[in-house]
Design a protein around this ligand. Structure first.
Ligand code: MG
Ligand code: ZN
Length: 221
């Protein structure tokens, strides 16, 4: 049987919506909009843009933001079963997220523990929310502005005897997808994979993900 290591994105993959955008829509002044556009247009690095957007929010909003997300965010169908499935089959499951610890951790709490959770960090000691980047780019990363650098994390954790599976939905998963043995994709990541001829399997929920992995378990990719 093949050994697999799974790297799963959070925003837009485990959750239906992108949580940073939900936070900004609800709590930020309109100044966040040009920053968001610059990030999407690749005119500004994710790292710099995310830090600037959160700097628009008073640190005192922390608890309100977390309650808002816990109330409103939807977890994609089948995620809890998928976590049990990885435990049953002894498959390491790493969450690699461009989200921030103060909301990623409480939102994942009821589903864990995981092999590990990698995301950005936060500091509430100032007037406004400060974002910190404990998982920055290594020297091999071609972007150097990722914030939470998924390809660097995968390089660190990669086990040469195991096949790597990347599950994701967007541009921030692309560099990780290029390194993966199996890509399970939805939304914009599908568009990019097709553009670049990266083989992928499409998914809409975590039942699809389990079926895809089932089909690959025991089969060399
Ligand atoms: Mg995502
Ligand atoms: Zn990077």
């Amino acid at each position: 049987m093949s050994k697999l290591v799974i790297f799963c994105d959070f925003d837009g993959t485990i959750t239906i919506q992108d949580n940073i955008i939900s936070i900004m829509k609800k709590f930020a002044p309109p100044e966040y909009l040009p920053i968001k556009e610059n990030i999407l247009g690749q005119k500004q690095s994710i790292r710099e843009g995310v830090a600037e957007m959160f700097a628009l929010l008073p640190a005192s909003l922390k608890d309100q933001i977390v309650s808002y997300l816990l109330e409103q965010a939807q977890i994609r169908e089948g995620f809890a079963e998928f976590v049990s499935y990885t435990r049953k089959h002894n498959l390491p499951l790493y969450i690699v997220s461009g989200g921030i610890d103060f909301f990623v951790e409480p939102m994942l709490k009821e589903f864990g523990p995981f092999s590990d959770v990698y995301c950005n960090a936060s500091n509430f000691s100032g007037e406004t929310i400060q974002i910190e980047f404990p998982h920055g780019c290594d020297e091999q990363c071609t972007s150097q502005g990722c914030g939470c650098c998924k390809p660097s994390i995968i390089r660190q954790l990669q086990d040469n005897n195991a096949l790597s599976v990347v599950i994701g939905d967007s541009i921030t998963d692309l560099e990780a997808a290029k390194m993966a043995d199996l890509v399970i994709a939805r939304d914009f990541l599908i568009t990019k994979c097709e553009e670049l001829n990266i083989p992928y399997e499409p998914f809409e929920n975590f039942r699809d993900v389990m079926n895809i992995i089932d089909a690959k378990l025991g089969v060399e990719i």
